[in-house]
Design a protein around this ligand. Structure first.
Ligand SMILES: *[C@@H]1O[C@H](CO)[C@@H](O)[C@H](O)[C@H]1NC(C)=O
Ligand SMILES: *[C@@H]1O[C@H](CO)[C@@H](O)[C@H](O)[C@H]1NC(C)=O
Ligand SMILES: *[C@@H]1O[C@H](CO)[C@@H](O)[C@H](O)[C@H]1NC(C)=O
Ligand SMILES: *[C@@H]1O[C@H](CO)[C@@H](O)[C@H](O)[C@H]1NC(C)=O
Ligand SMILES: *[C@@H]1O[C@H](CO)[C@@H](O)[C@H](O)[C@H]1NC(C)=O
Ligand SMILES: *[C@@H]1O[C@H](CO)[C@@H](O)[C@H](O)[C@H]1NC(C)=O
Ligand SMILES: *[C@@H]1O[C@H](CO)[C@@H](O)[C@H](O)[C@H]1NC(C)=O
Ligand SMILES: *[C@@H]1O[C@H](CO)[C@@H](O)[C@H](O)[C@H]1NC(C)=O
Ligand SMILES: *[C@@H]1O[C@H](CO)[C@@H](O)[C@H](O)[C@H]1NC(C)=O
Ligand SMILES: *[C@@H]1O[C@H](CO)[C@@H](O)[C@H](O)[C@H]1NC(C)=O
Ligand SMILES: *[C@@H]1O[C@H](CO)[C@@H](O)[C@H](O)[C@H]1NC(C)=O
Length: 531
């Protein structure tokens, strides 16, 4: 009986929570209805179109403005499809974003915003989230920080990154349309995020793997002079930044020609044919091509190109000149993550894989020459001196296998140096970190922050020190400002040093002995391996 007396109170409590935020957001092109999760105490809009569907003539074209929604309130509680890709057919009508935050009412101050790009080698992945959403452990690590996460989709593989002279010559096509999707999501954020409680002057961008590569692209976009600025802070977690050829260099043009041929579109009207082709045909060809260079010149074939407008110069050049769109830069990489991208056969005495590799020096050399086809013998000599057969690096006291050696070479040129260069080029403050907790492979670090995981409760010290540093950075531009760990953790995300995350805690490493020298080498040979 007594319990019934509580019911009105419960209803009241529920109503006051539910009325905490108006979940109907009215923008100039539509009205969007979101939801509230009491389990996670977040308000969320999971599906909002930020551009017109890139179909028909808009295929291979930069994003166009979204069409007005005139038939009522749009249900933003639903999820959205991935763009066409490997694991799913997906849908070409895929330019949507989702966002979430703690409940907000118009009387409260605006909050910092974090736009997050998904990873997946520029060939797969998607921005749609389930509940609890991606990134929730970063929001939930402390109540001191309070920001809005925005998760946009962007086009991948041929749909997002088809290079070639034909694309450049077409008035209804653009190079790097997938990267332009990412930029459009930032423009949408700047225009509309206030309606959701976000501060458009306080935007960070973040991503892991190709999501980190996407961060790199936006940081060096428009010659580093994007005007008006769209964000001021960037965190690149293990940025996957493969070689960036000029859009019509032989390597890039060959991708267009092969794509057109395999799609049955060879000839003078190839682009017209590709625009009209069946989406599944293009998807199948994209997939076949994405695997065709693996363990050789490029990992997944589809990657950003220098297009002369959006991307005007390689990362190594943009960053040395400080031509970047950030005040605050934060770069992270994992000790052994290059090993995810090299032939597994290099780890075994016996040949394995196709083409076959083994742990011999001869096999290592075959991989190296395939990966760096334009390297002169002199470049190779310099490289071998910097990455000797028996050597070391930050986090690796000593190695003596071709597997570790190849992993370090790949890691530095494709992941670690991009993270390092990006951070160090920031105009105001710069932070670099290395994740060393075994196995420290690619994505090993994501368990601390991408999804809710038991480890966040079982090891609060690392969770608070590491994930808490990200949260502090998004909120303030400084990973130390809102540190959650006590004085036993050195406050050391500082220029000239790197912060390290190890199984038993945190520390710093001097990058002068290895990383700085090795990245200097990659910058110096950027003419022969365009990064
Ligand atoms: C919520 O906002 C919408 C759009 O601005 C408005 O039409 C509606 O009246 C508001 N609802 C409440 C309960 O304030
Ligand atoms: C939800 O989050 C807001 C803002 O951080 C906080 O004020 C409120 O107490 C939280 N509500 C619950 C039920 O945890
Ligand atoms: C508006 O039209 C779209 C497309 O036909 C449809 O999917 C949606 O359900 C309609 N919305 C409403 C509120 O009727
Ligand atoms: C994916 O597309 C193929 C080819 O059109 C079709 O056969 C298959 O049923 C589709 N799969 C799904 C899950 O829609
Ligand atoms: C979110 O943080 C609160 C406060 O520390 C904690 O009690 C709760 O378990 C966390 N939620 C998740 C899903 O980790
Ligand atoms: C594409 O097809 C054309 C005409 O059949 C041929 O000349 C060309 O070599 C092919 N290019 C590639 C990269 O396959
Ligand atoms: C290892 O690879 C090298 C170079 O390809 C080859 O010459 C050698 O026979 C291979 N060794 C074994 C055990 O397969
Ligand atoms: C690697 O690529 C180069 C140039 O694209 C090609 O000549 C070579 O045969 C490839 N090597 C392997 C092992 O596939
Ligand atoms: C390589 O290093 C391992 C462990 O670091 C060591 O046990 C082994 O003896 C070394 N091998 C050679 C040939 O030096
Ligand atoms: C962003 O907002 C936070 C919290 O309100 C504030 O501490 C910080 O100074 C702001 N940063 C910028 C660049 O406006
Ligand atoms: C600091 O935090 C660590 C890890 O949680 C704990 O073991 C240590 O006792 C704390 N030290 C102080 C002085 O609170």
């Amino acid at each position: 009986m007594a319990r019934w007396h509580l019911l009105p109170l419960l209803i009241l409590a529920f109503l006051s929570l539910a009325s905490a935020q108006n979940l109907t957001a009215k923008l100039d092109y539509g009205t969007f209805k979101g939801s509230y999760s009491s389990t996670y105490n977040i308000s969320y809009w999971r599906k909002i179109p930020f551009a017109a569907p890139p179909v028909g003539e808009n295929r291979f074209r930069g994003p166009q403005p979204p069409s007005p929604i005139t038939n009522g309130t749009y249900d933003s509680s639903q999820t959205f499809d991935m763009c066409p890709q490997r694991t799913v057919n997906g849908s070409e009508d895929c330019l949507y974003l989702g966002l979430y935050s703690r409940p907000w009412t118009a009387s409260q101050p605006l909050r910092p915003v974090v736009v997050v790009y998904f990873g997946g080698g520029f060939i797969e992945g998607g921005g749609s989230f389930s509940i609890p959403p991606s990134g929730y452990p970063v929001l939930n690590v402390s109540t001191t920080n309070d920001f809005i996460f925005v998760y946009p989709n962007y086009r991948v593989n041929a749909f997002g990154l088809l290079p070639g002279a034909e694309i450049a010559a077409s008035s209804t096509s653009d190079l790097n349309p997938g990267l332009l999707d990412q930029q459009a999501a930032l423009q949408w954020t700047n225009k509309y995020i206030e309606a959701f409680g976000g501060d458009p002057k306080n935007v960070s961008i973040w991503g892991q793997s190709a999501g980190g590569g996407s961060v790199v692209a936006q940081v060096i976009a428009n010659g580093g002079k994007t005007n008006p600025p769209l964000f001021s802070k960037a965190l690149a977690s293990s940025p996957y930044w493969p070689k960036t050829y000029q859009y019509n260099a032989p390597e890039a043009q060959n991708i267009y020609d092969t794509f057109a041929n395999l799609s049955g579109c060879a000839g003078p009207d190839s682009l017209k044919c590709l625009k009209a082709a069946d989406v599944q045909t293009l998807r199948t060809v994209s997939l076949a091509m994405s695997a065709s260079h693996t363990y050789n010149t490029s990992s997944y074939t589809w990657s950003p190109v220098i297009d002369g407008v959006f991307l005007t110069q390689p990362l190594s050049q943009a960053t040395i000149k400080g031509e970047v769109n950030i005040e605050y830069g934060f770069g992270m990489y994992n000790t052994h993550e290059g090993e995810n991208f090299i032939p597994p056969g290099l780890a075994n005495a016996q040949n394995s894989g196709s083409p076959p590799f083994n742990s011999s020096t001869a096999s290592f050399n075959a991989w190296l020459r395939g990966f760096l086809p334009s390297f002169s013998d002199r470049n190779i000599e310099q490289l071998e001196a910097l990455y000797p057969a028996t050597g070391a690096s930050e986090g690796i006291a000593s190695y003596n296998t071709t597997y570790t050696r190849a992993g370090l070479i790949y890691r530095d040129v494709t992941l670690a140096c991009p993270a390092y260069w990006l951070a160090r080029a920031a105009h105001k403050k710069s932070y670099v970190g290395e994740y060393m907790i075994s196995p420290a492979k690619h994505a090993s670090d994501t368990e601390w922050w991408n999804q809710v995981n038991a480890i966040q409760k079982s090891q609060p010290y690392i969770y608070e020190g590491y994930t808490g540093a990200f949260a502090s950075f998004f909120q303030t531009g400084d990973p130390n400002a809102h540190r959650l760990t006590n004085a036993t953790v050195p406050e050391n995300w500082r220029t000239g040093e790197e912060f390290v995350i190890e199984a038993d805690g945190f520390g710093t490493a001097d990058v002068g002995q290895f990383l700085d020298k090795r990245c200097g080498f990659w910058r110096q040979v950027a003419g022969d391996v365009p990064v």
